[in-house]
Structures are given as structure tokens and as C-alpha cells.
Design a protein around this ligand. Structure first.
Ligand SMILES: Cc1cc2nc3c(=O)[nH]c(=O)nc-3n(C[C@H](O)[C@H](O)[C@H](O)COP(=O)(O)OP(=O)(O)OC[C@H]3O[C@@H](n4cnc5c(N)ncnc54)[C@H](O)[C@@H]3O)c2cc1C
Length: 427
């Protein structure tokens, strides 16, 4: 095949990783085919909903201003749920909303469609509604893709096909997905008027809140999230699939319980659920990344390469997907007509601080796999709050004794020390 008949790059998957890669390559004059199995980019995607803006700035400064983003997040909240109580830490920081705001809530269907269209506007060829079934291989290297009866060739193929990367499996870079390394997420989008959202979450116009929910998973390992969009709320949970099965619970049941919790219900009251989606998410951070991120003719980006960080307060997958897409594009641009760009890609990931960030948070998953974090501690925190605030007219117990009693009811000192040590090791 002559060079005129092949693309510089074929990107499989028009999520944030694929679109970012396509945008940067096409902008720099490369011939790019961006293939997406959904009828439109984003139609098959589910996320919690927050995007850290720096990643879009890396693609193109100022690009975020045109993006269909929802609210700039200035309120960061952690809510620990008890049976009929909740303790919320509310950190408001208006610096997060200044100049280039730190992050925005985001809805994936409009965002992904917009991002892929931006790549198209730069000159990438977007092919939606096409499922890539196979990789084409010659002399031990990947040389193209097969979709139905079509065979299409490229110097480099980029696997941006998400968490359950069938392409990486086909290339022999990943094994079949295993239940230890993923979480299963479910999310509802609940529509409410803009003013109602701003009143309920104490927000000024255009500002948003991001809330992590702890103790909302019915004892199953995992947690929840709530993001305010312009005129809707994204509410969801991410749970450990093995633990869910072991406990004989359904994700739908846990979602319903969460929605009816007395501290959550008033926030979504009178809203209309307009979307319900479920999706897997890489959960074990750096440990979920394959040893090899490439082979000759192929590189893996975003969720396909396990690039998600979850510290319990921060979930970063969309931004890391975008950064890895940019890294892949830069590696290709610096290695004209070279198929084996993998080593250059790995270096770009280091230089853009992606791999060091993944390594830094490598042990957080272990910390959050501690069942006491999602069961005992949220309850204990709520009971301690009750000690501080309850008044019934009788002689109160001494505060120190009452607190100690709550503590002893839930954990032994040995457990407390062990958990503290685990936390210390993780950070
Ligand atoms: C419930 C939940 C909450 C989350 N919350 C957040 C959050 O708040 N913030 C955050 O940063 N991250 C969050 N994440 C993680 C984030 O969504 C992912 O890390 C991010 O979407 C990864 O982007 P990607 O482009 O690598 O993959 P994806 O977004 O999964 O895109 C992959 C694309 O490839 C397409 N595709 C797959 N196979 C093929 C094929 N064979 N042929 C053609 N096309 C194909 C898919 O249709 C899809 O469009 C969350 C995830 C979940 C599930």
C-alpha cells in the first residue's frame, strides 16, 4: 500500500482521549480518522460529571470558553450519611472560579459531541456509527483496523476505546477486564430549574457544587457523587461489583435508597429524571495500568490504559484522558512517519506529569477498599455530631465520655491505629 492510501493515525473511540488526540494531530496537519461506535460521540458515555479545565487548556488555550460546560465549581463538599442524618463539610473557594476556572460540571453527551466536532473542524475525519472489530497486523506490527468488511490503514493506531478496551485485548496488551480493577457506576440526571438549584446549594449564578457522598452505598464498598449542572443534578454511585454481588444487592436498589435519604431527597425534590446510565470505571489507579502502553503501530490512551485517579475527594479520568490524548499526538508529531512511537509517548506522559500523578496516588485505592471507611466512620461521625448538638432537657453525659462511648461502639483502638497507619501510608 502506498503512503497516500493510509492515514497518519486512526483513533478508535471519540471520548475525551480520542477527540483530544484527533484535535491536536489534525490541527498540525496530520491525516486522522476518528472512529466512534456510537451514532454520535458521547451517545454511549456516562460520567459523574466534572472536568478539570487545565486539560482543555492543554489542547488549545481558551477552548474551554466555547465548550458546552455546565457550572464552574466553587463549592467542594463531602457528605457523610447516617441513617437519618448527614454531616457535610462544605469548602467554598471563589478562587476556583476566577480567570480560568479550575473545573466545571459537565454532561458527556453534549460535551463529547462538541469535542469531536472541534477535532473535525481542525480537519480530522469523524466516522460515527462504526464499530472497530479487529486490528490489522503485518510483520508483528499493527498497521490498521477492520470495521465490518472495510480495512483501513494507518502509520499509528490509537486505542481510545475506554475502560473495557477490546482493542488493547486484541493487541495482547491487556487481559479481559477483571472485577477487582473496576467499579460499576450508575447515574441519574435529574432536571430542576436553575434558580431552584442555586437556592438549594447556596450558589450564585453560574457557580456549581461538587459533592462526594460517603456511607451511601448500603454497606457495599464504594461511594457516591452529586454535581450541579445548569438545570439538572447528576446523582450517582460507583460500587465494587464483586462486593455488590457478594452482598446480593442491586445498584438500582442502592440508588433508590440514596434518592430517598432524608438529606438527599430535599435536594432533588420535584425534579424529573431525564437520563439513567451505567458504566464501568477503572478503580485501582496506577495498579490498573498495563505494564506496556504500546506496541509497534499502536498506543493506548485514557481509560483503555487505566488512567483514572480516585482519591476519595477527587475523581480524575476525563482530564487524564485528554492529557494522554495530547501526549499521544505530541509523540506522533515529533516522530514523523514512525510507527513505533510508544517510547516517545511514555516520555510525553512523564513530561506532562500524568504518570507521576498516577504513581503519587497509587495506594489510595487500598485505603478506600477498607470497609470501615464506607460503613463505620460515616456513622461514627454522625453520632459524634449528635453528641455535640442534641439537647433533651436531661443532664447530658460528660462530652469526653460520650465521645469515647461512640468511638468504642464502632471501632477498637487497634482498628483505629491500623486505619490511621493505612491512611498515612496512602498519602
Ligand atoms: C459513574 C462514573 C463517574 C465518573 N466521574 C468522573 C468525574 O466526575 N470526573 C472525571 O474526570 N472522570 C470521571 N469518570 C471517569 C471518566 O468518565 C473516564 O475516565 C473518561 O470518560 C475516559 O475517557 P476515554 O476517552 O478514555 O474513554 P470513554 O469516555 O469511555 O470513550 C471511549 C469511546 O470509545 C468508543 N468505543 C469503544 N469501543 C469502540 C470500538 N470498538 N469501535 C469504535 N468506538 C469504540 C465508545 O463508544 C466511547 O465513545 C467517571 C466514570 C464513571 C463511570
Amino acid at each position: 500500500m502506498s503512503d497516500e492510501e493510509k492515514f497518519d493515525a486512526i483513533i478508535i473511540g471519540a471520548g475525551p482521549a480520542g477527540a483530544a488526540c484527533a484535535y491536536v494531530l489534525a490541527k498540525n496537519g496530520k491525516s486522522v480518522l476518528l472512529v466512534e461506535r456510537g451514532t454520535s460521540a458521547g451517545s454511549k458515555n456516562v460520567t459523574g460529571g466534572r472536568l478539570y479545565t487545565y486539560a482543555l487548556e492543554l489542547v488549545e488555550p481558551g477552548l474551554y470558553q466555547e465548550a458546552p460546560l455546565e457550572r464552574k465549581v466553587v463549592r467542594e463538599q463531602i457528605m457523610m450519611l447516617g441513617n437519618s442524618s448527614a454531616m457535610t463539610m462544605d469548602y467554598v473557594d471563589y478562587d476556583f472560579g476566577k480567570e480560568v476556572p479550575q473545573s466545571y460540571s459537565v454532561l458527556r453527551a453534549p460535551f463529547d459531541e462538541w469535542f469531536a466536532a472541534q477535532a473535525e473542524a481542525q480537519g480530522a475525519m469523524l466516522a460515527p456509527g462504526i464499530l472497530v472489530d479487529e486490528l490489522l497486523e503485518a510483520d508483528g506490527k499493527i498497521v490498521g483496523i477492520k470495521a465490518g468488511d472495510d480495512e483501513i490503514y494507518a502509520t499509528v493506531v490509537i486505542a481510545a476505546d475506554g475502560v473495557n478496551s477490546f482493542i488493547a485485548q486484541k493487541a495482547g496488551l491487556r487481559k479481559d477486564i477483571d472485577a477487582h480493577s473496576v467499579g460499576v457506576g450508575a447515574k441519574e440526571i435529574i432536571e430542576l430549574p436553575e434558580q431552584v438549584i442555586e437556592d438549594r446549594f447556596n450558589l450564585n449564578g453560574g457557580e456549581g457544587a461538587a459533592r462526594v457522598l460517603v456511607g451511601c452505598s448500603g454497606g457495599v464498598l464504594g461511594g457516591g457523587f452529586l454535581y450541579t449542572n445548569k438545570s439538572s443534578i447528576s446523582l450517582g454511585v460507583v460500587l465494587n461489583p464483586e462486593d455488590l454481588a457478594d452482598q446480593g444487592k442491586s445498584i438500582h436498589e442502592i440508588m433508590q435508597e440514596l434518592k430517598m435519604h432524608p438529606a438527599i431527597y430535599p435536594l432533588i425534590k420535584d425534579g424529573t429524571t431525564v437520563e439513567y446510565g451505567a458504566h464501568l470505571v477503572p478503580e485501582t489507579g496506577y495498579h490498573a495500568m498495563p505494564k506496556d502502553l504500546y506496541r509497534d503501530g499502536l498506543i493506548m490512551v485514557g481509560d483503555a490504559a487505566g488512567m483514572v485517579v480516585n482519591t476519595g475527594t477527587i475523581i480524575r479520568g476525563i482530564d487524564l484522558a485528554i492529557v494522554s490524548g495530547v501526549a499521544a499526538a505530541q509523540a506522533i508529531l515529533k516522530n514523523e512517519n514512525v510507527s513505533n512511537v510508544g517510547p516517545a509517548y511514555v516520555k510525553e506522559l512523564e513530561d506532562l506529569d500524568l504518570t507521576p500523578t498516577m504513581k503519587l496516588y497509587a495506594n489510595f485505592h487500598e485505603l478506600m477498599s477498607n470497609r470501615r471507611m464506607v460503613t463505620v466512620y460515616p456513622k461514627m461521625a454522625n453520632e459524634m455530631m449528635k453528641v455535640l448538638f442534641a439537647v433533651d432537657g436531661k443532664l447530658p453525659e460528660r462530652m469526653d465520655k460520650a465521645m469515647l462511648k461512640v468511638l468504642k461502639k464502632h471501632v477498637t483502638f487497634g482498628q483505629l491505629l491500623a486505619d490511621g497507619w493505612r491512611g498515612f501510608k496512602a498519602v
